[in-house]
Design a protein around this ligand. Structure first.
Ligand code: SAM
Ligand code: SF4
Ligand code: SF4
Length: 370
């Protein structure tokens, strides 16, 4: 039965990009119109969260009346596994589970167990990881490790407890998250990364204390520039602290030396402590766009495929799954979607060539995952 259910036409009006013929390599690897391969898949397993971070899910918007997705709309764990398998056949080597708060998803361990069994066409296991706010990590770290998760990234925006509580706006303490980090390290989920979103005037005073805290601990602390994702956080450029300033502030206390990137698609620029006490990373999503190397696709909680964090429209893979499409048909759809990708929002941000996208149509970070 043939069905035309995925919207392959994208309403985004990107300007013409330097055209490169879309190529599909014999290995099944895909390249988009800017010759970027598909290597990473971020899967949002829930749009719900127990935090209300001011920059992500402000309580005024995400209140008791917010229309979170009903359970029937969510991809089942089996559906996620099936799609992941097809993406891996197309060259995906890294999968990150995210949300919302992924540890709120019931039976997440079952999904991890399945994903940990997948192999790339070359027979390698995936780089399988998860981003969490850490609140449930102390309780779940061992089960996650036993299910096959190898590493984890924890978000932590302040060491000062009162400030952290104000930022998560749900009364979770720094101690909860630090305990989660300690248990994750103890069970061997490593290398462990901690992400701090820096909002100038809100938590930039915490840059040096967090650097001091994690120096020499084996944890890599990464500073993320506050981004204009979604429409609910009231983003303003004046609240972005450029990564260069973050590095300068830390270097005043602890001299830093630049480190080589692990690979071209790495989003973070690495810096090492000159005294050998480990490293930090900075993710300059606003001031130093890395669209040219962006190899990431994102699968939303309800099975829509997004080609950019700033996309306004996704491609409905759930309709294919539930319309009983064959693996071959879904695989062909994924190829077709990736091969027409031209997204490079951050590179164009603020320029005249920036996509003319209605602000109201941008998707939220909690829906698509970071
Ligand atoms: N709830 C999990 C967590 O907080 O780690 C996973 C989902 S969260 C959306 C993923 C990451 O996105 C987190 O590190 C979070 O700090 C980051 N994030 C959310 N909104 C952001 C924004 N406006 N700018 C930059 N990073 C943001
Ligand atoms: Fe929840 Fe993560 Fe968003 Fe904070 S950043 S509100 S923890 S999804
Ligand atoms: Fe990738 Fe879009 Fe971010 Fe550019 S703006 S790095 S294309 S997700």
């Amino acid at each position: 039965m043939s069905r035309r259910i995925i919207p392959v036409a994208d309403v985004r009006s990107l300007p013409p990009s330097p055209a490169v013929e879309a190529v599909r390599s014999p290995s099944g690897e895909l390249f988009d119109t800017l010759a970027r391969p598909l290597h990473d898949l971020r899967i949002s397993v829930t749009d719900r969260c127990n935090f209300r971070c001011v920059y992500c899910m402000p309580r005024a918007v995400f209140d008791k009346d917010y229309p979170f997705l009903p359970h029937s709309a969510l991809l089942s764990l089996e559906e996620i596994e099936r799609l992941a398998r097809l993406f891996v056949a197309h060259g995906v080597t890294k999968i990150r589970l995210t949300g919302g708060e992924p540890l709120l998803r019931k039976n997440i361990e079952f999904l991890i167990e399945r994903l940990a069994k997948l192999r790339t066409p070359a027979g390698e296991p995936l780089d399988l990881t998860l981003t969490t706010n850490g609140s449930l990590l102390a309780r779940k770290a061992r089960a996650l490790r036993d299910a096959g998760l190898t590493r984890v990234t924890v978000s932590l925006d302040a060491l000062d407890d009162a400030l952290f509580r104000r930022m998560n706006d749900a009364d979770f303490s720094v101690a909860d998250v630090l305990e989660g980090i300690a248990v994750a390290q103890a069970v061997g989920l490593s290398p462990l990364k901690v992400n701090m979103v820096v909002k100038r005037g809100t938590n930039d005073s915490e840059i040096v204390p967090l650097a001091r805290h994690f120096r020499g601990s084996g944890v890599t602390l990464r500073f993320i520039e506050y981004m204009d994702v979604g429409t609910s956080n009231g983003w303003n450029m004046t609240e972005v602290l450029p990564s260069a300033d973050v590095v300068a502030r830390i270097a005043e206390h602890f001299p830093l030396v630049p480190l080589e990137a692990h690979n071209a698609a790495e989003t973070a620029q690495r810096w090492g402590y000159a005294d050998g006490a480990g490293e930090i990373g900075v993710i300059s999503s606003v001031t130093r766009a890395f669209c040219g190397d962006c190899t990431r696709a994102r699968l939303s909680t309800e099975g829509k495929l997004y080609l950019c964090l700033f996309a306004t429209m996704g491609y409905d893979l759930r309709a294919l799954l539930r319309g009983e499409a064959s693996d071959a048909a879904i695989s062909a759809a994924i190829a077709q979607i990736w091969e027409q990708r031209a997204d490079r929002y951050s590179q164009l941000r603020g320029s005249e060539a920036a996509p003319a996208v209605g602000e109201e149509r941008r998707i939220e970070m909690s829906y698509i995952g970071g």
